[in-house]
Design a protein around this ligand. Structure first.
Ligand SMILES: Nc1ncnc2c1ncn2[C@@H]1O[C@H](COP(=O)(O)OP(=O)(O)OP(=O)(O)O)[C@@H](O)[C@H]1O
Length: 241
């Protein structure tokens, strides 16, 4: 369970996350949706203790991230797929993380297999493609066998096979009773992956519901999302003419 209580973050005079109160439940994939700049990444960073809230709190299994003894065993996160030492191999990266987090070394080969990187594990991460870095990021998230998983745009850079793989993986993890919280801009993909949705706009909660309930009465989930967020879209393109 992830619990946000009046979570609030300001940058200068601008409110990035505005009094967000949400419960992300175990046993389901919960999609985290919102237009560009609506506060999704900031929220995830606060859950992981990477940003401090100005007000409110974020709890994982009732505990603040900073108070977790072995964080990787409680919550696995994929935030920034570029954040690996380019000179280190994928295997070395995972082995170092396992050693410093009281995780058995046997988990390294296991998660490499799960993400399909066993054959590339000896290569330096600097030579990895975007999709391979995403897969390594998922391996890091799974390393501690955590009950809570949080992924920011996990399908970014993945090929069609990879997109289907991550969809099945997330659904499988939720079916095991884990809490899976995943942000994406790909609404059609979320319609296939998520059971529940948290939708934000300009940092505020717009909806906390099921995929089925949000889509009801609309052409599809994308149509429902666009209507719900139409007043909170900060960045809108035009055609070239
Ligand atoms: N370090 C920072 N300093 C100043 N402003 C920031 C910082 N991080 C985020 N913001 C601002 O906070 C708001 C929310 O940004 P955030 O990245 O959380 O949105 P998002 O929903 O993840 O967006 P996207 O869908 O484009 O990834 C934006 O207005 C952004 O400019």
């Amino acid at each position: 369970m992830i619990e946000l209580r009046e979570l609030t973050k300001r940058y200068g005079g601008r409110v990035a996350v505005d009094g967000l109160t949400v419960r992300v439940r175990p046993g389901a994939v919960t999609g985290f949706l919102g237009p560009n700049g609506s506060g999704k990444s900031t929220t995830m960073r606060m859950i992981l203790g990477l940003d401090a809230p100005d007000h409110g709190e974020a709890l994982i299994g009732g505990v603040r991230y900073a108070d977790l003894t072995w964080p990787l065993k409680t919550v696995g996160a994929l935030l920034d797929p570029g954040a690996f030492h380019p000179g280190r191999s994928g295997r070395a990266h995972l082995t170092a993380l396992a050693a410093s987090n009281d995780i058995p070394g046997s988990r390294v080969e296991r998660v490499l297999r799960v993400v399909g990187l066993s054959d590339a594990a000896a290569r330096r991460t600097g030579t990895y493609s975007l999709g391979m870095r995403q897969r390594l990021g998922v391996a890091v998230a799974l390393l501690g066998d955590p009950d809570v998983l949080m992924l920011d745009e996990p399908v970014n850079g993945l090929d069609p096979e990879g997109i289907r793989w991550i969809r099945d993986l997330l659904r499988g993890l939720a079916a095991e009773g884990r809490t899976v919280f995943v942000s994406s801009h790909l609404i059609a993909e979320m319609a296939l992956t998520a059971d529940r949705l948290v939708v934000v706009g300009q940092g505020r909660l717009l909806a906390e519901t099921t995929v089925t309930a949000l889509a009801a009465g609309h052409d599809d989930l994308e149509d429902a999302f666009l209507r719900l967020t139409s007043q909170t879209t900060d960045y809108r393109g035009t055609d070239v003419s």
